[in-house]
Ligand binder design. Sequence first.
Ligand code: NAD
Ligand code: TYD
Length: 353
Amino acid sequence: MTLLVTGGAGFIGSNFVLDWLAQSDERIVNLDALTYAGNRQNLALLDGDARHVFVHGDITDRKRVDRLLAEHRPRAVLHFAAESHVDRSIHGPGAFIKTNVEGTFTLLEAARAYWSALNGDEKAAFRFQHVSTDEVYGSLAPDAPAFSESHAYEPNSPYSASKAASDHLVRAWFHTYGLPVLTTNCSNNYGPYHFPEKLIPLMIVNALAAKPLPIYGDGLQVRDWLYVGDHCSAIRSVLARGRPGEVYNVGGWNEQPNRDIVRTICTLLDELRPDPAGPYARLITHVKDRPGHDRRYAIDARKIERELGWRPAETFETGIRKTVQWYLDHAGWVAAVQSGAYREWVDTNYNTR
Ligand code: NAD
Ligand code: TYD
């Protein structure tokens, strides 16, 4: 049997592919456009492994997707591919509409044509699983209850608006065509292979290079952080036992303001790689806030626990320690991803703040 994964060279997708093949011999066909966020090195552990078929291609290419479905006959499509960074969506929203909206539409149409032609058991077992974000729900007041699956959609950034649009398309393909879809809306992930444009890896790599640690605004914005391995196990649970047409919120029960996250990273680095120049917290700086910055996200993950028995295995303390250690152990990966294009992005996002 085979799974078709999109975006499996990115942060969460590559963690999923590695986790999956560590536990199963079911083949993965991995379709990824290798944008700046896609990295073959994330999958280096699978070099020469016949269970992993990497395909360099774009999810907006309908003919390509049709051919892959016909050739590999997957039992499910797991859709991770996306433009995923809020700050980039503010600087250039076009790619977000193209990949997140048009790309999801293209996959849904290709999956619908493929699924419609399946027979009996194969048709009943097929799943289209959409990996989405809690950001579609917008921003919470400090004392408001966490996002449940029935929370209104109130996206505030071009990124979250494009993901919201993709969620709506997925929902509509279930209600209108009966395509057996599953959607997960997950909170902020962290862990190995996280591209250092996002908060946690950026702070780790900047600290190690003795560069400023740029906290947007007052740093009191709250996110709910989940170790990426726990997100992967949630996706596996939903694929195995989720009910078609349902949405499952996935979170770490770990709300923290950005300021505390950055301080924790500094404290861990002080312990694991002390800097003779002094504590890493000396590098913390406050910079101009992100426009439209969502103040708080929090996930109510009771439905996935109640229905599917999923709970995160890591606490933030265990997960962040593993993560910091991973970055210390993978200096080669860090150096390789800090290409010219990465440095241009850092200039674009931070030099004008
Ligand atoms: P990422 O940016 O690290 O990786 C995205 C991957 O998609 C890259 O490998 C990229 O090359 C590929 N891709 C982009 N455009 C493509 C296209 N047109 N065709 C084919 N491949 C394309 O993202 P991530 O953090 O791994 O996120 C994966 C998914 O999970 C996204 O859908 C994102 O919205 C969702 N999500 C992310 C988080 C998080 O904290 N990172 C949280 C919840 C949900
Ligand atoms: P990020 O990792 O970009 O995820 P998202 O915006 O999707 O939640 O940012 C997490 C939080 O950290 C968010 O509130 C913005 C903040 N942040 C900073 O304060 N400084 C930074 O350099 C970055 C990248 C993010």
